[in-house]
Ligand binder design. Structure first.
Ligand code: S5P
Length: 262
């Protein structure tokens, strides 16, 4: 039987996973599959960005460790905005160590990521035992965490996430369907509609940044490569009119998603 990939059809399946349930509700009510990568280094810049783009995003992706003036007031402000305007807080920490170290990096240090992030990225490189430790930590503690994405494939030139790597990553995810919401990938890396496929490397104008990043169009990312959610950074954050650009990406992303034939 053919799988139907429309969000409407996948809603029940996706809702079995707490993170995906949250995301799909936001996506459908706000009609957006745009996640903005807020790679800015000042808290005020991030807050200003969010104030402009909140209506167009389902998730706000952060690299908390690039911020120069981190504070708990900043986190509180983000949480208030996320609550009010309905988007999830996504810390792109790309955990990649032994389980115990990941646990410390998730819960401790300056940023106490698990106390505020709804989702994080995890590399599969260290094996699935580390993912299971991670899941136990999240399930046994009172955290903001709803789930994670596994990195199946990176967007950069020469990335080693090829050959068996995406496939084996999918195998890990299948073992923890309540915890792993989906993947960071370039092309949809699995035929299971109960996962969400998130893709960075999207830019309507440019094809590369001269530092290894590879960009392609929304059309390519969603229609051809069959991803669900586009992750867009500089194409929006460096635009003259950030709000208009976020709206343009959200509109194009959503129309590509809902007009996809499978
Ligand atoms: O393979 C990847 C995975 C990620 S999460 N390639 C990526 O570029 N990313 C992240 O997406 C990266 O860390 C950055 O925050 C964002 C892309 O930003 P842009 O400015 O290139 O759109």
């Amino acid at each position: 039987r053919a799988i139907c990939w429309s969000l409407e059809n996948r809603k029940l399946l996706l809702s079995k996973n707490p993170l995906n349930k949250h995301i799909i509700e936001i996506m459908m009510s706000k009609q957006t599959n745009l996640c903005v990568a807020a790679d800015l280094t000042k808290t005020s810049e991030i807050i200003e960005l969010v104030q402009k783009i909140h209506s167009f995003i389902c998730a706000l992706k952060l690299h908390i460790d690039i911020i120069e003036d981190f504070s708990w007031d900043f986190i509180t402000s983000l949480q208030t905005l996320a609550q009010e305007h309905k988007f999830v807080l996504f810390e792109d920490r790309k955990f990649a160590d032994i389980g115990k170290t990941m646990e410390l990096q998730l819960n401790k240090g300056i940023y106490k990521i698990s106390s505020w992030a709804n989702m994080v990225t995890v590399h599969s490189v260290a094996g699935d035992a580390t993912i299971s430790t991670f899941r136990e930590v999240v399930e046994n503690q009172n955290t903001a965490m709803e789930g994670c994405l596994l990195i199946a494939e990176l967007s950069t030139e020469g990335a080693l996430t090829r050959d068996f790597y995406p496939k084996e990553t999918v195998e890990f995810a299948k073992k923890y369907p309540n915890f792993v919401g989906g993947f960071i990938c370039q092309k949809r890396c699995h035929d299971d509609p109960s996962f969400l496929y998130w893709t960075p490397g999207v830019n309507q104008e440019q094809r590369g940044d001269g530092a290894g990043q590879q960009w392609r169009s929304i059309q390519q990312a969603v229609t051809q490569d069959k991803n669900d959610i586009i992750i867009v950074g500089r194409a929006i954050t460096s635009a003259q009119d950030v709000k208009a650009e976020a709206e343009r990406y959200a509109t194009a992303g959503w129309s590509s998603l809902i007009s996809r034939s499978d």
